[in-house]
Design a protein. Structure first.
Length: 144
């Protein structure tokens, strides 16, 4: 297991490879970006998914959440960017659950408003954090 690092942007090549082996951060970005379409389809009645707010709201069930609460924490534990990702990811699932909840209570208008507003903003923040961490793993740095 990797020791905690001093800087998220100073990974050794073996550390980068270990992280790549654990999780594909690019796929995690795509999966979370795709939630907007999933929720849109759900609200429009074009989804066969049985989404439940309490399950959607859990930030430790998706691949990224399992990594964040597991080996990601071991790698980056005290790093500010990782803490930001952990926080933004939890908020992402919270906002997604609120969209589902609004729809299920019959307030489609509120669900659409949340989807286009607070959820979309939270999604952007989450994917942005992931992009920065992915750039670090790939040996690049993104502008803050």
């Amino acid at each position: 297991m990797l020791k905690k690092m001093f800087s998220i942007f100073s990974l050794t090549s073996s550390q980068r490879e270990e992280i790549r082996h654990e999780i594909n951060l690019f796929e995690a970005m795509q999966a979370h970006a795709n939630w907007k379409k999933r929720l849109h389809d759900y609200i429009a009645g074009n989804s066969g998914e049985d989404l439940q707010p309490h399950q959607v709201g859990m930030d430790n069930r998706c691949v990224l959440g399992k990594w964040i609460h597991g080996s990601g924490k071991a790698h980056f534990g005290e790093q500010e960017l990782f803490k930001q990702l952990e926080e933004e990811h939890a908020k992402f699932h919270h906002h997604a659950a609120k969209v589902v909840e609004a729809y299920q209570t019959g307030d489609t208008e509120l669900a659409e408003k949340l989807l286009a507003g607070s959820f979309a903003e939270q999604s952007r923040k989450t994917v942005n954090c992931l992009a920065k961490i992915n750039a670090s793993v790939e040996g690049k740095e993104l502008a803050p």
